[in-house]
Design a protein around this ligand. Structure first.
Ligand code: DC
Length: 304
């Protein structure tokens, strides 16, 4: 995304709308939110950041008037309504960590939908089902009744009532999860499950590839995180090296580009930036800056 020189830290901010929240069909009482660690001066700083935005087609545009918070009390999240925030984007943009940290800061629950597709891939491998056996993959995943243990932080994923977290980050799972995630019947099943989860956890930050576009089109705030393939490859290489593995930057970049192509070109639930999402290019941003950027936007849109 082209960057305007007025913009702090090389960040791209897109337009936001999508203001209808999910209906709250749960009778679970809303919990008190955690104290929001964001200062008034930080909130006011959004005025500068909001000056550069993307229009609906992604072109840079300038707001005539930045939002003002002058004498109003600092915004906080309403406690009595459902709030679904979606974060989509390609691998390596830090979506998961950002979503989890943002959820914590806002006192919302956190849903990692990639874990669900990874669990489906792990179940296929562990039960000798080929990724091409669509019926077998869908049958096994449905039988496993994937759900999360919300008493854990972050919530852990269960299959057949047992934790399956230890499997889902393995390299054999990583190898087949992308083709598994193209299975339409499986995606339909996951979308249904994710919507049920949001009914039970109506104050939610959910991350994936299709959360704002397909699963929660009425999410109150939608984000799309991006970063250049080079930056994403470097981050992945650093992660691998930190855990004692070798990293071939060229091979990682090629793998990332290949994954992007597959995720974006699949017929069902392709990775796209929803029209009403706020696009944040994280290439030149530190983790904390990304979280703060999103945090400010949520309070600017939903805060009272
Ligand atoms: O975010 P992740 O790397 O854990 O995702 C694992 C795989 O699942 C990846 O190939 C993209 C896919 N995925 C998807 O298709 N839709 C989602 N909502 C989440 C993940």
């Amino acid at each position: 995304m082209p960057l305007n020189s007025d913009q702090p830290s090389g960040m791209g901010l897109g337009s936001s709308s999508g203001s209808t929240s999910l209906s709250d069909s749960s009778d679970r009482p809303f919990e008190l939110m955690e104290v929001i660690e964001i200062s008034r001066s930080e909130i006011e700083h959004i005025s500068d950041m909001e000056r550069v935005v993307c229009d609906r087609d992604g072109a840079l545009a300038t707001l005539d008037r930045a939002p003002q918070f002058d004498d109003r009390p600092m915004p906080t999240l309403p406690r009595d309504q459902s709030i679904v925030i979606t974060i989509d984007g390609p691998a390596g943009t830090g979506k998961s960590s950002v979503a989890r940290t943002l959820a914590k800061a806002l006192g919302l629950d956190f849903l990692d939908t990639g874990a669900m597709y990874r669990a489906a891939a792990a179940l296929a491998i562990d039960n000798g089902i080929a990724p091409t056996d669509i019926e077998g993959v869908v049958r096994e995943t449905t039988k496993a009744d994937l759900h999360f243990d919300w008493s854990k932080d972050p919530p852990t994923i269960l299959a057949f009532g047992k934790p399956i977290d230890h499997r889902i980050r393995s390299s054999d799972v990583a190898e087949i999860v992308s083709p598994i995630a193209t299975i339409k019947l499986l995606r339909d099943h996951m979308v249904r499950k994710q919507r049920i989860i949001a009914q039970q956890h109506p104050r939610l930050v959910t991350e994936g590839r299709d959360q704002g576009s397909i699963v929660f089109p009425d999410a109150v705030v939608k984000f799309y995180l991006d970063a250049s393939p080079d930056v994403r490859a470097r981050r992945r290489a650093e992660q691998l090296m930190a855990s004692g593995h070798c990293a071939d930057l060229g091979a990682i970049t090629a793998e990332i580009l290949d994954r992007d192509r597959r995720d974006s070109s699949r017929a069902d639930g392709p990775l796209i930036c929803p029209k009403d999402a706020i696009c944040v290019d994280t290439s030149d941003l530190a983790f904390d800056q990304v979280v703060k950027t999103l945090h400010r936007h949520v309070l600017a849109v939903v805060g009272r």
